[in-house]
Design a binder for this molecule. Structure first.
Ligand code: HEM
Length: 367
């Protein structure tokens, strides 16, 4: 796939469907002051622009290290489908850089929800960079480039890689529980809907610099896949609320059929506590709680007990994290799915507005 256009009012990977490969990295910012923070964001912009548009790395002197890791060969190709998404965490606005009064109005550190088992080493961060591309080597090349050019101002806090299956005619990609994931959600081609559900700015009472940005919620959720594989298919389908084979709702025949909960008030067909019914009950007010999900599977090998260490790098975007993510997450509290998953990390971030042109850079209007 060709690289998404780099310049624009929004960062490109918010609306594009999840790619094949991703690396989500959360950083602590170690820049000494606001001027160094601005330098950092300018450097990130220059590198992201180069990496997504491709070209020949500028030569260095013969005794200096080579200008590029070489992972993709001498020319950096533009066709790796790379997209870079830069977001800020609440801690960036804690006063170190004189930004305390300029934080997005609703940005907080991720709270602990009832079914969470947070590991502090895998939570929060000042700045997050998500790299999405057609293949892991394009992602890793970009990560090596970005960390190399920002060494003095950024320190990695945590990082997780994710993947998705290739697009298949059979519908949404399947997650590690074998269910199609990403079927139901607001249509990113509907610009007015995206204005209502995804993008924010001064029209939402936010500081002017936020125009075109979006709240990004990331949740690292371990999935107990071996335990899941030992329960009957009918039980799995009642936990999720959809057919595993087709992805159809339990009262429908096709993946794209809309569930009709009004005809099933007692949950005989689709249990009232099934994941999809709680996540989106399709009652009059619940349309406003919809989120734009952009999730990936992850696989970290095996833990010290010899259990597969796998799960979901859940990511969603929204105009209002309280009205949208928090409302949905609270409705999901105690759902049967919680027996098979453990959220252990992630964070709340604000995806910065897009870089508009060659003179613009991430966060220019903020700083
Ligand atoms: C839908 C799995 C976590 C929100 C779905 C579907 C599956 C699924 C299979 C149905 C297909 C689809 O419409 O995409 C999972 C798994 C999770 C997880 C395995 C944890 C490992 C979450 C979380 C949230 C969430 C943390 C938000 C707090 C939703 C929403 C829908 C959905 C909003 C769409 C419901 C609809 O419109 O009918 N999920 N999910 N999910 N999930 Fe999750």
């Amino acid at each position: 796939a060709a690289a998404p256009r780099f310049h624009g009012p929004h960062q490109a990977a918010v609306l594009t469907p999840p790619a094949r490969a991703t690396a989500f990295t959360s950083f602590d910012v170690t820049a000494a002051d606001r001027r160094e923070l601005a330098d950092l964001l300018r450097t990130l912009t220059d590198r992201a622009r180069f990496l997504t548009t491709g070209g020949i790395p500028a030569p260095t002197g013969i005794t200096a290290p080579p200008p590029d890791s070489g992972l993709l060969g001498p020319d950096v190709p533009a066709d790796g489908g790379l997209a870079v998404t830069v977001s800020a965490g609440a801690s960036l606005f804690d006063g170190r850089y004189g930004l305390a009064g300029r934080a997005p109005r609703l940005l907080r550190a991720m709270p602990v929800f009832p079914d969470d088992d947070p590991d502090p080493a895998w939570c929060h961060g000042d700045l997050a960079v998500q790299l999405c591309a057609d293949s892991p080597d394009t992602v890793l090349h970009a990560l090596r480039d970005l960390t190399r050019h920002t060494r003095g101002a950024l320190q990695i806090r945590w990082r997780i890689n994710g993947h998705n299956p290739p697009p298949r005619p059979s519908g949404a990609p399947r997650n590690l529980f074998g269910f199609k994931d990403g079927t139901s959600g607001p249509d990113p081609r509907d610009a007015r809907l995206m204005d209502r559900l995804v993008w924010t700015g001064p029209d939402a009472g936010e500081p002017p610099w936020t125009a075109g940005g979006s709240y990004q919620v990331v949740r690292l959720i371990r999935m107990l896949t071996e335990f899941w594989d030992r329960i009957p298919l009918s039980e799995q389908e009642r936990v999720i609320g959809r057919s595993r084979d087709t992805g159809a709702p339990l009262d429908g025949a096709r993946e794209t059929d809309a569930p009709r909960y009004a005809h099933d008030p007692t949950g005989e067909v689709t249990p009232l506590d099934s994941h999809i019914r709680l996540a989106h009950p399709r009652t009059p007010g619940s349309e406003a709680h919809r989120l734009l999900r952009r999730s990936y599977s992850y696989d970290r090998g095996t833990d010290s007990n010899g259990t597969l260490d796998q799960g979901l790098l859940f990511c969603c975007y929204q105009r209002d994290p309280v009205r949208q993510f928090t409302t949905v997450q609270k409705r999901l509290a105690g759902e049967p799915l919680t027996d098979y998953v453990t959220p252990f990390g992630g964070g709340y971030f604000f995806a910065l507005p897009g870089v508009r042109d060659r003179a613009d850079w991430y966060g220019r209007a903020l700083l």
